[in-house]
Design a protein around this ligand. Structure first.
Ligand SMILES: C[S@@+](CC[C@H](N)C(=O)[O-])C[C@H]1O[C@@H](n2cnc3c(N)ncnc32)[C@H](O)[C@@H]1O
Length: 268
C-alpha cells in the first residue's frame, strides 16, 4: 500500500480512525501551568503523526505555550506557532528550547519557530507551505466568566492567569458570540493560502454553556468554516479523570462536559 498521508503502519492508522478516544493529560509542568488552557503534547503528537509525514511542516496559529510545536519536534516535523500574548510566546520559546536540548541531534535539523503576533495577519509572516494545522482557540470569552469551575481554583493564585490577556486583538475578549464566531472563522479562512493542496486542519473546541444556555461553538464552527474548507468529520476527545460536580442536582439536567471536538477540515 502506498501511503501518501503519513508514515504509520496500517494497524496504527486504523486505531486512530476511531471517532472517539480517551486521553487524560499527564500533569502539567510549572511553566505551562500559568496558561489557563492547553492541550497535551502527547495527544498533539498523535494528530501530527496521522496528518503529516516526517519532515513536513505544522502550524498552530494560536500556539499558547507551544504544545503543538513540542509535539512536532518529537514527531520529527518542522513547526511554526503564532501567539498574541508575549508572556506565553516567551514561555513557549523556552519550552521548545528545553525540548530541543532533551531531543539532542534528532531535532537538530528541525525548524520550530514561535512568532509573537496576531493570527489575523498570518499571511504576512512569510511562512513556508504548511502541511497541517493543529490548533485550539479561546473557548469564546469563557475565561472571563466568574463561575467557570477551573477558574475558581486559579483565582486564589496570583501566579496563574485566569484569562489570556486584555488585548482587544485577543479573540477571547470578544463578548458578542456571533462576532467572536465570525472573527474566528475569518482567521482560519485567512490561513488557506498557506496550506498545501489537500492539507488537513484540526481545530479542538467545545460547545459552551453560559447563563443556562448552550452556545454550540463546535457545531457553529463546523458549519461556518465548512463553507471555506471541506468539513471531514469530528473525533471526540473524552477526559475520564475529572471530578464530577453536582450541577442542577435534584432539579435540572446540567451535564459535566468532559469532551472536546477535534474537528477535521481539508483544503481541497
Ligand atoms: C486555547 S489557547 C491555546 C493553547 C495551546 N493549544 C497550548 O496547548 O498551549 C488559545 C490561545 O490563543 C491566543 N490568541 C487569542 N487571540 C489570538 C490572536 N488574535 N492571534 C494569536 N493568538 C491569539 C491566546 O493568547 C491563547 O494563548
Amino acid at each position: 500500500m502506498r501511503n501518501k498521508l503519513n508514515d504509520l503502519e496500517p494497524k496504527v492508522w486504523l486505531k486512530f480512525q476511531k471517532s472517539w478516544f480517551i486521553h487524560n493529560p499527564p500533569p502539567r509542568r510549572k511553566g505551562v501551568l500559568v496558561h489557563p488552557a492547553k492541550f497535551p503534547e502527547t495527544m498533539a503528537q498523535e494528530f501530527i503523526e496521522f496528518f503529516t509525514k516526517k519532515g513536513e511542516t505544522v502550524l498552530d496559529p494560536m500556539a499558547g505555550t507551544g504544545s503543538t510545536l513540542v509535539a512536532a519536534l518529537r514527531a520529527g516535523r518542522h513547526s511554526y506557532g503564532i501567539e498574541l500574548n508575549s508572556k506565553y510566546a516567551k514561555i513557549a520559546k523556552q519550552i521548545i528550547k528545553d525540548e530541543r536540548t532533551a531531543l539532542g541531534e534528532t531535532a537538530e535539523d528541525l525548524v520550530s519557530e514561535i512568532i509573537k503576533g496576531d493570527a489575523t495577519h498570518a499571511i504576512k509572516f512569510e511562512l513556508p507551505v504548511i502541511n497541517y494545522i493543529l490548533t485550539s482557540p479561546p473557548y469564546w470569552d469563557m475565561l472571563h466568566t466568574k463561575g467557570a469551575e477551573n477558574q475558581k481554583k486559579r483565582r486564589t493564585s496570583s501566579e496563574l492567569d485566569v484569562h489570556y490577556s486584555d488585548d482587544p486583538k485577543d479573540v477571547g475578549n470578544i463578548h458578542n458570540y456571533e462576532m467572536f464566531l465570525e472573527k474566528l472563522v475569518s482567521i482560519y479562512a485567512g490561513l488557506k493560502p498557506l496550506l498545501h493542496e489537500k492539507a488537513y486542519l484540526t481545530i479542538i473546541v467545545k460547545n459552551i454553556k453560559k447563563g443556562g444556555k448552550i452556545y454550540p461553538l463546535a457545531w457553529d464552527l463546523a458549519r461556518e468554516l465548512g463553507k471555506v474548507y471541506t468539513l471531514k468529520d469530528e473525533k471526540i476527545w473524552c477526559q475520564d479523570n475529572q471530578p464530577l460536580a453536582p450541577f442542577g442536582l435534584g432539579s435540572a439536567w446540567v451535564s459535566n462536559t468532559f469532551h472536546h471536538y477535534c474537528l477535521q477540515f481539508r483544503s481541497d
